[in-house]
Design a binder for this molecule. Sequence first.
Ligand code: GLN
Length: 190
Amino acid sequence: MKIGVLGIQGDIQEHLRMIEKLGHEAVWVKRPEQLKELSGLIMPGGESTTMIKLMKRFGVWEPLYQMLQNGFPVYGTCAGLVLLASEIENYPEQDSLSALPVKVERNGYGRQVNSFEVELVIPVLGEPQFNAVFIRAPIIVECKDSLEVLATYNDDPVLVRYGNIMASSFHPELTNDTRIHEYFIKEVIE
Ligand code: GLN
């Protein structure tokens, strides 16, 4: 399968490496016409406001918005989750792809210095627990529709699925554990 990583800003290489490790073709996506050839897309962590600006400038925003409505599988990590969320709290208004019915608080887990790692229980993945890295991560403060919550931390959802959309507030690409990427490919894309 060809799986894309939105390659405009953020930790792109790490996601590309995960996809390749799982035996699929990884595509660094910068242009709108690349989207059509993909089975699914990962939106990396980074800075959501910068990503929005550049996605619009590169002409990726509008076609992706449409594709998400039509069931295109997308997995957003951290800033990628912010881009997918239908509502964003606590910051001046910013655009959203509005594909995931949640309200998020940007940087809800604190600033860069408050970054942390935690072992998460993720029932769909079984043992061992998953080493989750949180860096200026958004908190999902409200679910506006029934989502599949795949993992929680302090009772807040941190890994969710909503039909063709998956999102995590943490960064699985920063570990060597490929199980979440594999889950996205096997359960959401296939
Ligand atoms: N705080 C960033 C934002 O809101 C996300 C941080 C990250 O992706 N690690 O865009």
